[in-house]
Design a protein around this ligand. Structure first.
Ligand code: NAP
Length: 329
């Protein structure tokens, strides 16, 4: 299959962790006509501004990686913003992409769309089978609506307008561009920051909540970016063999998980911290296991490449360049 590297591709959220990784991957593959806007230049919750942008730029493809994203604390504190902003961003982008003639679009979701008690590992078919985790329900509902938007546009306009909108659901991501906020970051950036700070302050110990026994899956963000472009490039006939029109999302995982205990020790080694790790057993653990089943994507021919040791080394290097001097010590 020849791929047109001159087609115009809009990356929404190109300054975020995922959007910037997708941009790197597209450039690496030789795509030469990329368009993007910062949040300040184009607020994607503003319908008129989004409409004008699409009418002006008329991209051929869209990667929708703009979203309001955050950890448990942010999701609990700002549930209204999480549901409103995400629904508005995705409704505006998907609808105006369609109206301006975009045939291919990739919607970025998240594994939090799956029910709290979904069987492990969580396959795509677990969607909408039972209740969601309450803390991020508003965010997850928006993401589920995004998948259903893509499916509905495919079903209504697939034949008449050749619309082919796809969705990927990544597991926990980490890597360059991650959020290292002290209260509001995910587990890997939080551990990197805490071990780094303990190292430079010569702190004797780092305390981690819980028993360390829960298992989690982590994917290096450049792997997700490679998977995203891979999914967009798959021929429709082949893609359609793997998906169902009303269950069309594709999981993107690393393929194996690790305990928080093991993760903490790997991060400690990568950072070069020599103190103790203490697990505070009085604190809650969260779900014991959360892994997605990526066999649908694996069957299409894609596999993650960057293992945790290498990914964490690259993430720490990026942290040192961008964050350490400004935010620690
Ligand atoms: N991070 C993860 O572990 C993870 C895991 C699974 C799935 N995902 C998915 O990947 C996608 C991107 O996540 P990320 O981690 O890359 O998040 P991120 O680093 O916060 O990036 C999101 C980007 O979207 C932009 N944005 C947000 N609201 C906007 C608006 N109203 N108008 C224009 N731009 C707006 C943000 O700009 P500002 O910063 O200027 O607001 C930011 O550049 C999300 O859909 C998320 O669900 C992420």
């Amino acid at each position: 299959m020849t791929i047109d590297l001159q087609q115009k591709i809009y990356i929404a959220g190109h300054r975020g962790m995922v959007g910037s990784a997708i941009m790197r991957e597209l450039k690496r593959r030789g795509y030469a006509n990329l368009v993007y806007r910062t949040h300040q230049e184009l607020d994607l919750t503003n319908q008129l501004a989004v409409q004008n942008f699409f009418l002006q730029e008329k991209p051929d493809q869209v990667y929708l990686a703009a979203a309001k994203v955050g950890g448990i604390h942010a999701n609990n504190t700002y549930p209204a913003e999480f549901i409103y902003d995400n629904l508005m961003v995705q409704n505006n982008v998907i609808h105006h992409a369609f109206l301006s003639g975009v045939k291919k679009l990739l919607f970025l979701g998240s594994s939090c769309i799956y029910p709290k008690l979904a069987p492990q590992p969580m396959g795509e078919e677990a969607l909408l089978t039972s209740k969601l985790e309450p803390t991020n329900e508003p965010y997850a509902i928006a993401k589920i609506a995004g998948i259903k938007m893509c499916e509905s546009y495919n079903r209504q306009y697939g034949q008449s307008h050749e619309v082919d909108y796809r969705s990927v659901m990544p597991t926990n991501l980490y890597g360059p561009g991650d959020n290292y906020h002290p209260e509001n970051s995910h587990v890997i950036p939080a551990l990197i920051r805490r071990f780094h700070e303990a190292k430079i302050n010569n702190a004797p110990e780092v305390v981690i909540w819980g028993t360390g026994t829960p298992r989690r899956e982590f994917l290096y963000v450049d792997d997700l970016a490679a998977a995203s472009v891979f999914v967009m490039e798959i021929k429709k006939e082949i893609y359609d063999q793997q998906i169902d029109p009303m269950q069309s999302h594709i999981n993107v995982g690393f393929g194996s998980d690790i305990t928080i205990y093991e993760l903490a020790h790997v991060v400690k080694n990568v950072v070069g911290y020599h103190g103790q790790i203490i697990f505070d057993l009085s604190k809650p653990d969260g779900s014991l296991r959360k892994r997605i089943d990526s066999s649908r994507l694996n069957n299409l021919g894609w596999q993650a490449k960057v293992n945790l040791d290498k990914g964490l080394m690259l993430a720490y290097k990026n942290f040192l360049i961008n964050f350490a001097s400004a935010k620690s010590g």
